[in-house]
Each structure stands twice: as structure tokens, then as C-alpha cells.
Write a protein that binds this ligand. Structure first.
Ligand code: XBP
Ligand code: MG
Length: 255
């Protein structure tokens, strides 16, 4: 039986990666580092999960020396710009996120966060999108720096399962990236994918379900999606990922 919905943050709860990209560029400029990440370059760079890891990989690939101390400082500066960008911008939750969260709570399901991003960034986003008491909506929150390995490793999801004391088949993960799919499935959890602007068109053939967004009655999908009764994701659709609909013998071929 479904007991928990585990949510990725960047790209899944909200389209935050553009805010991150601009913040990286502001941090480079502030530190007089000759680097500027374009949208196309950032799409590739996102394959390295985690902001510090992304910076490290970028400098290493160009043989640019940067001390660990300076790298940590650059990442902190990026997060400060990110927070400022979010405050000044319009970071909203993606369609259907709040509705499904409310439906899940009303149905007695637990909500958890399993993310690669830093804790300060989760706080910044959800304080604006949900309110100062946002933390109360979640039974667990595991961020990248709290585990040994970030996504695509299964660590964040495994830690969520431990904290919630549930089995993998009692949870469903919501993700937007192939690394997120690998991470959740590595922990034995079924995944529904809603690609984000930065992951659209990537290979999601391993996802357990793939839809354009969670959708909403006020923002339905353009067309029906196989396996979904409405033009948005209902709580029942997530429950069916872990408990497939019963097939009554002899009715499989019925018209
Ligand atoms: C996505 C990421 C993050 C952000 C930056 O994480 O890869 O690294 O781009 O975050 P998720 P930090 O989708 O799992 O939330 O700079 O805070 O690491
Ligand atoms: Mg993501």
C-alpha cells in the first residue's frame, strides 16, 4: 500500500535550474572568474549533480586550478545569488504539486524530500512557495550534503525510507531527471517523471511513468496520457504504480 510520496526539488517541485544557472554566472562575475554558462552548456553541465561537484568538474575539465576553499566560497556565493534571484523572481511550484501534496496529506500519506540541492536552497524555495511553516508538510527531508553520494546514487532515497520506516514498495518518487530516476530505482522505488525545461527530451525509457507535468484541473495536459483517467495525475494514479490495477480474469481482451 502506498504510504509516502518522495519529491525531488529542482525541476520537479519548481523550475529552479534557470535561477541556479544565473546565480552561478553572478558568482563567477563577482569573483572575477572568466566563465559564463549558457543555457545549452548548463544543460550538459547538469549531468553532474550537485552545485559544488558541477563547479569542480567544470574547472577540472578546463585544467583550471581552484583551491577547495575558493570552490566552497564560490558555491556559497552562488547560493546567495540564488536566494536573491528567487526572492526577486517568480519561483512558483509546478502545476499540480500543491494539489497532490494536499490530497496526499488528506489521505494520510507522508511526504518526503529527496534532493541533491543544498538545504539552504530548499528552504529558500519552499519558504516562498509554501510559507514559513513549509517544513511541517514533510515527514522527512534528505539533502545531498547529508549523504555519502548524491544522485544518481540511491543514498538520498534509501535515507528517506529509513527515516520514514517504510519499504521501497510503499513509496513513489516524483522526479524530472534521468539521474533522479536512477537514484529512486536504485533504492527500489517506482518513479513518475515530469520532465523539466532542462531535462525535456532526455532518455526516460526506464521511468515507471512519464507525463508532461502533474497537471491540474485548471491546467490539464493537452492530450490524454495512456494509463491516466484524467488529464492530470491523481493520487490514485500514484497508488496504482505500487499496486497495479486488478485485472479481472477473462476481461483483458474486452472491448
Ligand atoms: C538538482 C541539482 C542541484 C542544483 C544545484 O538537484 O543537480 O545540484 O543544480 O544545487 P535535485 P546546489 O533535482 O535533486 O533537487 O548548488 O545546492 O548543490
Ligand atoms: Mg531534479
Amino acid at each position: 500500500m502506498l504510504k509516502a510520496i518522495l519529491l525531488d526539488v529542482d525541476g520537479t517541485l519548481a523550475e529552479t535550474e534557470e535561477f541556479h544557472r544565473r546565480a552561478f554566472n553572478s558568482a563567477f562575475a563577482q569573483a572575477s572568474i572568466d566563465a559564463h554558462w549558457s543555457v545549452e552548456e548548463y544543460r550538459e553541465l547538469l549531468k553532474v549533480t550537485g552545485g559544488k561537484e558541477r563547479l569542480r568538474a567544470y574547472f577540472r575539465a578546463r585544467d583550471l586550478a581552484i583551491s577547495e576553499h575558493d570552490l566552497q566560497g564560490l558555491h556559497r556565493s552562488k547560493n546567495e545569488h540564488y536566494a536573491r534571484n528567487l526572492r526577486g523572481g517568480s519561483a512558483q511550484l509546478r502545476p499540480g504539486v500543491l494539489r497532490l501534496m494536499q490530497q496526499a496529506s488528506q489521505a494520510g500519506l507522508m511526504l518526503g524530500i529527496a534532493t541533491t540541492t543544498s538545504l539552504v536552497n530548499v528552504d529558500e524555495l519552499l519558504r516562498h512557495a509554501i510559507g514559513p511553516d513549509w517544513r511541517q508538510a514533510f515527514s522527512c527531508l534528505v539533502a545531498g550534503d547529508q549523504v555519502a553520494k548524491k544522485k544518481p546514487a540511491p543514498d538520498v532515497y534509501q535515507r528517506c525510507l529509513e527515516l520514514l520506516r517504510i519499504a521501497p514498495e510503499q513509496a513513489v518518487a516524483l522526479e524530472d531527471s534521468p539521474a533522479g530516476v536512477a537514484s529512486a530505482q536504485g533504492a527500489g522505488i517506482k518513479v513518475l517523471v515530469t520532465p523539466s525545461v532542462y531535462t525535456a527530451g532526455q532518455d526516460f525509457s526506464r521511468a515507471d511513468a512519464l507525463v508532461p507535468s502533474l497537471g491540474d484541473p485548471g491546467a490539464p495536459w493537452e492530450r490524454e496520457q495512456p494509463g491516466f483517467v484524467r488529464r492530470w495525475v491523481e493520487l490514485q494514479d500514484l497508488a496504482h504504480l505500487v499496486e497495479p490495477r486488478e485485472i479481472v480474469p477473462g476481461t483483458e481482451m474486452a472491448q
